[in-house]
Design a protein around this ligand. Sequence first.
Ligand SMILES: Nc1ncnc2c1ncn2[C@@H]1O[C@H](COP(=O)(O)OP(=O)(O)OP(=O)(O)O)[C@@H](O)[C@H]1O
Ligand code: SF4
Ligand SMILES: [Mg+2]
Length: 324
Amino acid sequence: MSELLRIEDFSFSYRHRNTTISILKKLDILIFPGEVVGLVGESGSGKSTLAKAILRIPDFKYEVSYKGSIYLNGNDLMQLNDTQLDRIRGNEISIIFQDPLSYLNPMFTIHRQIKEVLKHHEIANGIVADEMIRRCLLNVSFNYPDRIMRSYPFELSGGMRQRIMICMAMITRPKLLIADEVTSSLDALIEKEILDNINRLCSDYGTSVLLISHNLPTILKYANRIAIIYFGHIVEIVHVNNAQKGARHPYTKALFSCALAKVKDGVFPFIEGSIPKPHDVIVGCPFHLRNCPRAIDACRTTLPEMESYDEGSFRCHNPYPVEG
Ligand SMILES: Nc1ncnc2c1ncn2[C@@H]1O[C@H](COP(=O)(O)OP(=O)(O)OP(=O)(O)O)[C@@H](O)[C@H]1O
Ligand code: SF4
Ligand SMILES: [Mg+2]
């Protein structure tokens, strides 16, 4: 099957005081039609930067630069100008973030804001648009869509606002949905409702998802494959069925065992040390600085290349062996 999105040798950096600071480093990720790819990694590893870089909407106040390619159905998004990209944003690729209030206009009703999306992408207007909005609100589990259409954002709870964002993102039936920590400010029950909603809509529409979450059990539940990012590098890509036992990279193993371990005596398990800062210049594999249990001499001098096998790929000089 040919892929929907191909991120190829992709890097993102910014200039600060005459220095180039790299945030994303030579990433390669494929997303197939209808597939959910989870993206996990510690805070500051570059997940949101990648989410925004795909649509070229970085919020850096410095001069930024992109290298490499991001192909959507074979067309390189990096070669498009702003007008061409504007047709893709919110139409072929939609994105939802953690905080819906920052993206909803407090002055306008929900109806007006969703209708604006349909108008902007020239999908529908008038009563046709109204009916599409009504149906879409029902699809995100609002039983009384007309009442919601008349509401202002401040009249809705956090979970309801996030469902409005899903509606706005999905009403165009995008090919790809990027969901960046969309439930991290919500309680567990609402989180499940929201993710089930996204999951159902995406499988109905055949939409692929790049699912970013701190919550590994969530990723294990909803994703088909998982990409693990560390200090701006993709260090491993694993199939979800193989993720816990079959991961080869020591960082993946450490991240998974911390994220899935039980809290003991009130202490959360954690990986020793912290992720390097973006301006740190590191020779070799960045994970050797955190006492990687499998580090060998080569790890201190050379960054490993990505290596592929049937079920996935990893970037490590001394990976864990395949478990029998
Ligand atoms: N607007 C910005 N200006 C400068 N540096 C930034 C900016 N946004 C992010 N960074 C830096 O880029 C790196 C990656 O940040 P990013 O927000 O992508 O991480 P993340 O993986 O999404 O983290 P989290 O899990 O906390 O959301 C971090 O070192 C961060 O400090
Ligand atoms: S390359 Fe070396 S330091 Fe890096 S994860 Fe693999 S074994 Fe550990
Ligand atoms: Mg983030």
